[in-house]
Design a protein around this ligand. Sequence first.
Ligand code: EPU
Length: 436
Amino acid sequence: MRDQFLIEGLGNRQTLRGSIPVRGSKNGVLPVMAASLLFKHPLRCLNVPDIEDINRMSELLFGLGAPVEKIREREYRIHGNKASLSKLETSIAKRFRASIILTGPLLARFGKVTFPFPGGCVIGKRPIDLFLEGFKKMGASVTERNEQFTLTVPKKLVGADIFFKIQSVTATETFLLAAVLAKGVTTLRNVALEPEVTSLAEFLSKSGVKIKGIGTSTLSIEGGGLLSSLEGYTTIPDRIETGSFLILGALTSNDLTITSCNPESVRALIETLKECGVLIEERARSIHIRGWKGNTEKSPKDISIRTHEYPGFPTDLQAPFVVFLTQMWGEGVVFETIFEGRLGYTEDLKQMGASITLWDAQRALVKGKTVLKGMEVNGPDIRAGLAFIIAAIVAKGRSVINNVYYVDRGYERLENRLRDIGVSITRINGETGEQY
Ligand code: EPU
């Protein structure tokens, strides 16, 4: 729990090289684990990353009576068909936002679900109004007592026409799953288009659900019975890991290959980095970085990004990109449009030497190039945690990153993969000082 990373910074040297593999997508496989509750038989999941959020989801499923069996490295068999309870364990559900996705299949299958306000990274208010309103439209009644929500339906959820006033990834996934066993057709409008949503819809379709409109902003799902899939689900590559490695490569290498990834899923970032002069070659399942050229004190760049729903610039890459901007000659303007509290980490980056001015809670001006100095920082959430790791690698001197648990929530044994490309990084137990 108290692990720390000790990182010796490169201090501006472009010495990382080799190849770094991308693991399966956390946010891709978590909804599929929830979908296991809709299957007639145990569900096989492949390319599952070995991360803390998967362990938390496994614990929640276990608490519902649905054990998760690890078959071998990155392969699980989920006995969602055995679930018999519909109350989410509060202490676990409060630790990650994706726990709320379970409400859809649980309500569809058992006509009742009890859950706490979901936890997760503190990056904004993250309300659940879209969920409560959508479930009401499908015939559920909602009660709230002692910080627990209970949803009940008299018989079965009924198909409804739901317009999401905001595109929401987990709300789209939750209602896709709820609709599978509902009576009649459910139409979801203004849905999220993130690859994790599309991957879930495609998997449900292959498993027998009649879905129209996959890949568009309106999905229409015909309710039916329990599902079946012989081959199971193979997790798509993690696009946020891909993008973060791209940024790391741009800052530290003239020869780095990111493997097992889908370049198309990080199109917005690739185009932005190319605009900044980063030399990138794309192949079908890998990306090769050949350095960053042409950006000097005499030819500065000005770049502005605004985070956006897919296929726009992902909010989850905003923090790593700000680290990139600290190393760019010129001015970068960043507008975080998705979450209202996602620039808090910039205070620590400023302590490291970055020149960042917050115009307001969602807009920042980053002036570069600055020399970052190694120091002790606390990773505040999964994505900013990795941004600090990138900053520490780029910096001069030694850094200590606390709260490694956040990084472990989303990235599988990152230090091993980073070491393989030349990063000096050690995991230490913050209490005993033991290295491992
Ligand atoms: N929103 C509402 N009401 C709701 C639900 C969402 O107002 O009922 C708002 C949110 O506050 C936010 C916006 O809608 O302003 C979009 O949020 P969304 O619901 O899409 O986010 P999420 O589903 O909670 C997922 C990812 C996040 C990622 C966002 C945006 C999962 C488990 N989480 O969150 O990933 O940042 O989409 O792409 O899929 C992470 O993995 O570290 C992470 C934070």
